[in-house]
Design a protein around this ligand. Structure first.
Ligand SMILES: C[S@@+](CC[C@H](N)C(=O)[O-])C[C@H]1O[C@@H](n2cnc3c(N)ncnc32)[C@H](O)[C@@H]1O
Ligand SMILES: [Zn+2]
Length: 292
């Protein structure tokens, strides 16, 4: 893994147009060796060898190494590719080409990297250093596969509740199954900027729930969707498809990505562990908002 080089042309655009120091809120420059961000007051944030930059004052928290590894393995096999395609289509329709995107709670960067492949510049923020590390590695693999020399992503350890970003800098914020902080997304978005929030559709993973629960229920929609204070809801677009998770490892990875992982009985877990394949519906609701 090559060390992060922040002198790269496209990541410089992200740094200059978007980033502010989390301590003093001043803009950043790049150190001569390309490894660190240094603000005008002299606060220094090392990019290090991981390929991501940590922009939190107190680190820690978010998804564990194991959770990140499981999600990377599952998503990397393309099970959720139709949802990623649907997200990219929404962004292509609504966001100016080459626009600046924030993936808030980006995890291991599966969606960020797909969006970057569509020509967007993407700043990914996740509170988990394991997620940011994995996302940066994925970005590098994607660049190598495309023979791209410039980086159109920058991944960071940062909280969605306190993004190290300028007011009104972003054309779009995407939030895929991560905590939603509407006030902060409103702050960083340009006027008329687009917010895309993904939520589990009512029958998302229904057949998985039928295995683990005696009484499988339909999902309610997420409770933390933005109110009308800052955003106008333009559309809710659903992406539904079926997948067959094949093998115990993929089923376990999928299960560990869900909130049910923490609230399933031993019996329910045992029933799922006995499955060799699992055919289930996947349903993403994309709530599409415009910044007022
Ligand atoms: C369910 S995962 C979704 C990851 C990714 N968006 C995806 O769909 O693959 C939720 C992510 O939110 C991150 N997260 C939780 N709290 C956060 C916070 N306050 N700020 C930034 N990220 C956070 C977790 O570390 C985790 O990677
Ligand atoms: Zn500073």
């Amino acid at each position: 893994m090559a060390a992060l080089d922040l002198r790269n042309e496209l990541s410089r655009d992200i740094i200059e147009k978007m980033l502010v120091c989390p301590v003093c809120k001043e803009g950043f420059g790049v150190s001569d060796d390309g490894r660190s961000l240094v603000c005008t007051s002299g606060h220094c944030f090392d990019g290090g060898a991981g390929g991501y930059v940590s922009l939190v004052r107190n680190g820690g928290g978010g998804d564990s190494k194991e959770a990140v590894r499981a999600r990377k393995s599952f998503l990397g096999k393309g099970y959720y590719a139709p949802a990623a395609d649907a997200l990219c289509k929404i962004a292509e329709e609504l966001v100016p080409s080459g626009g600046l995107l924030v993936d808030a709670g980006c995890g291991e960067g599966y969606y960020s990297n797909k969006l970057a492949e569509q020509g967007f510049l993407v700043f990914g923020a996740d509170i988990s250093k394991f997620a940011a590390d994995s996302a940066a590695k994925g970005a590098r693999q994607s660049r190598v596969a495309r023979n791209a020399t410039e980086s159109s992503t920058l991944f960071s350890v940062a909280s969605v509740f306190d993004l190290p970003l300028r007011d009104g800098c972003a054309d779009c914020v995407v939030n895929i199954f991560a905590p939603c902080c509407a006030e902060e997304y409103a702050r960083v978005l340009k006027r008329d900027g687009v917010l895309i929030v993904a939520a589990a559709g009512k029958d998302h993973l229904l057949e998985m729930k039928q295995v683990i629960y005696d009484d499988a229920y339909l999902n309610d929609t997420r409770k933390d969707l933005p109110t009308e204070e800052y955003f106008e809801l333009c559309e809710c677009r659903n992406s539904s498809f079926e997948i067959t998770a094949t093998g115990k490892e993929d089923i376990e990875s999928l299960f560990s990505m869900t909130p049910y992982y923490w609230r399933t009985s031993t019996d329910g877990k045992a029933r799922l562990s006995a499955c060799d394949t699992l055919r289930t519906r996947v349903s993403f609701d994309f709530f599409i908002y415009k910044r007022k």
